[in-house]
Design a protein around this ligand. Sequence first.
Ligand code: NAD
Length: 465
Amino acid sequence: MSKPQYTPLDEIDKIYDELRAGFQSGKTKSIEYRKYLLVQLMYMVKDNAERFENALKEDLGRPPFESHFFEISASLTEIKDTYSHIDKWVKSEKPPFSLNWSAMKPVIYKEPKGVVLIISPFNYPVYLTIPVLASAIAAGNAVVVKPSESTPATSALMAELAEEYLDTSVVRFVNGAVPETTRLLEKPWGHILYTGGGRVAKIISAAAAKTLSPISLELGGKSPVFIDPNCDIKLAARRILWGKVANAGQTCVAPDYVLVVEEFQDKLIQALKEVYKEFYPTAEGSKAEGVFARMCTVQGLKRVDEFLKNSKGEIVLGGEVDETDKFIAPTVVKNIRPGDSLMNEEIFGPVLPIMPVKDLDEAIAYVNSHDHPLTLYVFSQDSKFKEKVFRNTQSGSAVANDTLIIPAVEGIPFGGIGPSGSGYHTGKYGFDMFTHLRASIDSPGWIDMVMKFRYPPYTANKRKA
Ligand code: NAD
C-alpha cells in the first residue's frame, strides 16, 4: 500500500479556489446531483471494502471483522440513511401561522454553507470521515477533507478513490499533517468540522476565529462507567471489556474507567477475567494473530505505558506492553484512587482502571468534579439507580447497559458537551450541521396600510399607538 503524498502547500490554495468555483457553478444545488454523489460514495466504500480492511489492518493492526463492523458497514448504513431522507431534509419549512406576519410569507430555506472543511482523526479513519462527508454533500456543499496523517494507508486510499468515484470540482482530499492543516485553516470556510483531541481543538478553534468560520468540535474525554451491584454482572463485564478491547481502546466513546462500590470490585474483576478468556480462547490470548488491534502509533503506546508505569493501582489482568509490535494487552487495574496517573487524561488504550467508591453519591460527585465526558455508562437493572445517575450528571450522551454503539443508533444526535465537544452529527443532525437556515420573507406593498406608522417622521402620536 502506498503512503499518501502530502499535498503541496501551494496546491492547497489552488484546491480551495477550484472548490469555490465548483460551488459557485451551482451544480450542488441540484438534489439529483447530490444523490448521484451519495450513490458514488456508497459504491466507493462497498466496491473497495476489502482494500479498506487491508489498509486499516496496516494502519491499526485491526482484525478485519472490527473494521467491517465499525467502519465499512456503519459508513454504508449512514450513507443509505442520508440518501433515503435527503428529499425530506432539504424541504423548506414554514413557521407556525402568525396573524401579524403570515402575509409576508415567512419561510426557512435549507441552503448549503458553501465550501466546508472536515478534519478527521486516526482512530476510525473511515467512519469518522465518510458519513460526515455524506452529510456535507447532502446539504449541497463543496468539501475539503483532511484525513489523519497517522493512518497513511487509509488516508491514501480514500484520496485515491475519491478522485475515481466523486467529482474533484466539489470534493477533494488534502493529505498532510500540521503544515497542511495550518494552511487550510488560513482560509475562510462555510463550516469546519474537527474530530480529535481537545489540545488540537483549541488550535483549530483559534484559527477558525480569525476567519470567523463556524466550527463544530467532536472531541473525547474520560467516559465513566457506573456499576450497580444489582446489575447483570456477566453482561456488564462482556460489554465493558468489548468497549475497551475494540480498536485497542482507541475509541472516543470507549468506557474509560469504572466506579464501583468496594465490596463489589473483585466480583466484577472475576467476571472480566472470564470474559477475557471467552474473547481470546487460545494460549496466546489477545496477542494471537488477527484477533486484537494494535496502538496506531508508538507515541500513543508510550503515553499509555507511562500511565501504567506510574499508576499506584494493582494490575489484575494483562499488563504486557510490547513496543516492537505496538501491542498493549487488555489490562484491568484495581484499587485506583483519585489523582492516579490513569485518572488524569482520556486513556485511549486498552487499559481499564477500576476506582472503588463508598456509594453512588461519591461516584456522582467524582464525575461532577471533572470535565463533562463524551458519554457516560450505567450498568443496572434498577430504574431508580439509572435515573439518579442520569439526572445528577452531565455528558454528551447517556447509556444504560451497553457501550460503544450509541453513535450508530439512527435518529438520535451524537455530540459532546463543553470540553467533550460542541455540535451534533449523524443522520439529520449531520445534515443540519452543514446547512444554513436561510430565513426569508416577501412583503407585499399593501402591508403599509397597517404598518406605515413605522416610517419617519416619528411623531408623538405614533409613540402612543
Ligand atoms: P488529534 O487531535 O491529534 O488529530 C486530529 C486531526 O488534527 C488530524 O487530522 C491532525 O492532522 C490534525 N492536527 C494535529 N495537530 C494539529 C495542529 N497542531 N494543527 C492543526 N491540525 C492538527 O486527534 P487524534 O489523536 O487523531 O484523535 C484522538 C482524539 O479524538 C481522542 O481524544 C478521541 O476521544 C477524539 N475523538 C472524538 C470523536 C468524536 O466523535 N467525538 C471521535 C473520534 C475521536
